[in-house]
Design a protein around this ligand. Structure first.
Ligand code: GTP
Ligand code: ZN
Length: 362
């Protein structure tokens, strides 16, 4: 028996460390100390530079495209840290906020030797910590000794990449009656993932027959739209519209998935909004930040539906990816029910971009 944390638990620690600006040690065929660019402090940068060796700033190919840095590793680029690089330089590579004011940050020298698996895994970890996808990586010789000496979390590279590519099981925690405006027969279910990530919710309206397709909506968290009534998107009206339709039919399930900002987190979504104010559309903004168009995993939704006993849905959505992902993960989509509400002068361009670039149906 051991009380030592397993890889899932170690990764939860590693995420917390990265968010706090604390380095994490990765052990693999080559080992390295890794720190997130976003939370890096001047003191820690100086400490890393004092270790000797050649630090590398790893960014996604999306970010590299904007910076005109050479991509030798497919989905990422390893920028050799210039000897005179300071914290402001690193932050300006990670964060596109000032790109338009200071467009020429290069020329960059990019690594092409050796394997990029450690770098790729470190970037994924930063993304799951909801940080900007940019990490400073310095190879070290004896990772066990280094981690012990500095009191750092150490994770095994192979187990980390395996854990990050596996979906964490979700467990029902509790459910209770919750009368809502749309229906007095509401019930809120809480689901908690094993990996320490955000909880997700299911609002069950009435008591839908488990043997028939249920009216369902996969709603991704949008603090700005759902709570503040933002006019930049259509989320608030879609949320209330879906619940109202379930109330009118007397039954349905709304899954509220805490994948804010299409899975990049609220801070990054606000960075994207700031880029949109500079003239970029919703997809371009994600790319400039180093993210894909959509970083969500809708299979969370099928897991929750299956756990509630549903196998077939009438899905309220305009997003064909949601339909595909449902079907691929074992929930039959008997019907797609369009949900077009909440268009206004502020979100017309946003909705048009989603139709043109993300395949949303009009
Ligand atoms: N990154 C980013 N996320 C945004 C932006 N505007 C809205 N969002 C997020 O986009 C998500 C919208 O989710 P959904 O309501 O599921 O919408 P959808 O994928 O368009 O699909 P349907 O509404 O079902 O057709 C929420 O997580 C919002 O926070 C944006 O400009 N950038
Ligand atoms: Zn929204």
């Amino acid at each position: 028996m051991s009380l030592a944390p397993d890889i899932t638990e170690q990764l939860a620690r590693a995420r917390a460390d990265l968010r706090m600006g604390v380095p994490v040690v990765m052990t693999g065929p080559t080992s390295a100390v890794v720190i997130a660019a976003e939370t890096l402090s001047a003191a820690r940068l100086a400490d890393i530079q004092a270790l000797g060796g050649q630090p590398v700033l790893t960014i996604t190919a999306r970010r590299a495209e904007t910076l005109k840095a050479r991509v030798y590793d497919g989905d990422l680029a390893r920028l050799v840290l210039p000897a005179d690089a300071n914290l402001a330089w690193i932050h300006s590579i990670a964060d596109p906020a000032d790109d338009l004011r200071t467009p020429m940050k290069g020329p960059f020298s990019c690594d092409r030797e050796g394997d990029a698996v450690l770098h790729r895994t470190a970037l994924s970890l930063a993304k799951t910590a909801r940080l900007l996808p940019a990490v400073l990586v310095l190879e070290i010789a004896d990772s066990f000794k280094f981690a012990a000496e500095h009191g750092l979390t150490r994770i095994n590279l192979e187990s980390t990449s395996a854990a990050l590519s596996t979906r964490s099981p979700l467990h029902p925690v509790v459910h209770a009656r919750l009368p809502i405006e749309a229906s007095e027969a509401g019930r809120l279910h809480i689901y908690r993932p094993e990996d320490g990530g955000e909880e997700h919710y299911a609002i069950e309206v009435g008591r839908p027959d488990r043997s028939k397709p249920v009216l369902a909506r996969l709603h991704s968290a949008c603090f700005t739209g759902d709570v503040l009534g933002s006019l930049k998107c259509d989320c608030g009206p879609q949320l209330r519209g879906a619940l109202a339709q379930m109330g009118a039919e007397g039954q349905g399930v709304l899954l509220y998935l805490n994948q804010e900002g299409r899975g990049i987190g609220l801070a990054n979504k606000m960075r994207a909004y700031s880029l949109q104010d500079q003239g970029f559309d919703t997809v371009e903004a994600n790319h400039r930040l180093g993210f894909e168009d959509d970083e969500r995993d809708f299979r969370l939704g099928s897991d929750i539906l299956a756990s509630m006993g549903f196998s077939s849905v009438r899905l309220l959505t305009n997003n064909p990816r949601k339909v595909e992902m449902m079907e691929a993960s074992g929930i039959k989509v008997a019907e797609r029910v369009p949900l077009r509400v909440g268009e206004n002068a502020f979100n017309t361009a946003y909705l048009a971009t989603k139709a043109a670039k993300s395949g949303h149906l009009l």
